[in-house]
Write a protein that binds this ligand. Structure first.
Ligand SMILES: [Zn+2]
Length: 179
């Protein structure tokens, strides 16, 4: 099953499919997330484990992570690493990227997609991140149809397989494999 990020009120399933565990509630035979966090299903029991603050992060740090959820006004990014450190953080934690911190995109779905790798600036330690600076944004993206890496060509991201063009908030480090 795909790893899923949930927010309070998100429907997880019904009582025939799952048993309600921690961080969820049952209403009219449906199971909903009660807190924001990662949904984990084990032996048909649905649990939500809460997001935690990332103690290693401070305002102005640069981080790299993977987009794990895109909603109307924000995306959630799983932070893997902090610039200046060789190793991964070693635990799963999420940062919030609000549409107001993306730049001149009215729709966040035109700036990011599920599974994209992004470079971002920490703007507060809760943590919230921003990709407004030219250096920040998507550093690796995948074709939404073929799933292969999109290639940067004359400022646009194109699928080398099907030729599809996709819109992203592209980092100046896109495709360079360094950050
Ligand atoms: Zn493609």
């Amino acid at each position: 099953m795909k790893e899923r990020v949930v927010f309070p009120g998100d429907k997880i399933g019904n009582v025939e499919e799952f048993k309600a565990g921690k961080g969820v509630y049952e209403e009219n035979r449906e199971i909903y997330a009660g807190i924001a966090g990662y949904l984990e299903i084990k032996d048909r029991v649905a649990n939500v484990s809460a997001f935690k603050k990332i103690p290693e992060l401070r305002k102005d740090d640069v981080v790299i992570g993977r987009v794990v959820d895109v909603r109307n006004n924000f995306a959630m990014v799983e932070i893997a690493r902090k610039r200046g450190e060789d190793r991964d953080l070693g635990h799963k934690n999420l940062a919030m990227l609000h549409i107001s911190n993306v730049g001149k995109f009215e729709n966040i779905a035109n700036a990011l997609s599920y599974r994209d790798i992004v470079k971002a600036r920490v703007i507060d330690a809760t943590p919230k991140i921003s990709i407004r600076e030219p250096e920040m944004g998507v550093v690796k993206a995948f074709c939404s149809v073929c799933k292969v890496d999109l290639v940067l060509e004359k400022g646009k991201l194109k699928c080398p397989n099907c030729g599809r063009e996709e819109s992203r908030k592209i980092s100046t480090s896109y495709g360079k494999g360094e950050w």
